[in-house]
Design a protein around this ligand. Structure first.
Ligand SMILES: O=C(CO)[C@@H](O)[C@H](O)COP(=O)(O)O
Length: 212
């Protein structure tokens, strides 16, 4: 089954309640929430307060992608606010292994995210612990960017490592995902598709059906 994770970044804040219902009835599974700090990436958007406010309005899995330096400073607040999955970039913290353990101790799922410039080999030792591996298919920071086809090799690499070692992680892709690139990613092994601009432009129902 393909898990569909519409990205909150592309939603219309003033239509959010309606759009949350639309994505849910169209079959979305997660709501992907980008948490940015203006340092690791140059954009700033949602934080723990937003996640806390959002939580009573949706039963979709809140899939928080933390794009921040020293993610340990914000992760506890996100988990307390109701985040279900916390994914961070391992190069942003000194003790990534410990941080995954800490997320698990709070009963949450932990993901590791790979910027297009970061090799899987650099964080190979984290793979057995991860519930989710996020392959960024654009440089993180903004919605509406063009998919980087070379990242399909990275998706294949984590797919092979998963099969060879019986790892349990989901493989998520994020950035420039639409019906065509989503299909390529699925063929390469991805089972979680994050999509922002594609889902929220036009008919949410049809767009999610295409992704599925
Ligand atoms: O993490 C990010 C951007 O850094 C994403 O989650 C975007 O929100 C994806 O937007 P589209 O590329 O699908 O428009």
């Amino acid at each position: 089954m393909t898990i569909i994770a519409p990205s909150l970044l592309s939603s219309d804040t003033f239509q959010l309640e309606k759009q949350l219902q639309e994505i849910k009835s169209a079959g979305a599974n997660y709501l992907h929430v980008d948490v940015m700090d203006g340092h690791y990436v140059s954009n700033i958007n949602f934080g723990p307060k937003y996640v806390k406010d959002l939580r009573p309005h949706t039963d979709l899995t809140l899939d928080c992608h933390v794009m921040a330096e020293q993610p340990e400073a914000i992760i506890d607040s996100l988990m307390e606010a109701g985040a279900d999955i916390i994914t961070f970039h391992p190069e942003t913290t000194r003790h990534a292994y410990r941080l995954i353990e800490h997320i698990h101790e709070q009963g949450k799922k932990a993901g590791i995210a790979f910027d297009p410039s970061v090799a899987i080999a650099a964080y190979r030792d984290l793979l057995p612990l991860a519930d989710q591996v996020l392959i960024m298919t654009v440089t993180p920071g903004f919605g509406g960017q063009k998919f980087i086809p070379d990242m399909l090799e990275k998706v294949q690499e984590v797919t092979e490592l998963k099969a060879q070692n019986y790892y349990g992680y989901d493989i998520e892709v994020d950035g420039g995902i639409n019906d065509k690139t989503g299909s390529q990613c699925k063929k390469s092994g991805a089972n979680v598709l994050v999509a922002g601009s594609y889902v929220f432009a036009g008919s949410i129902k049809e767009n999610i059906a295409q992704l599925k």
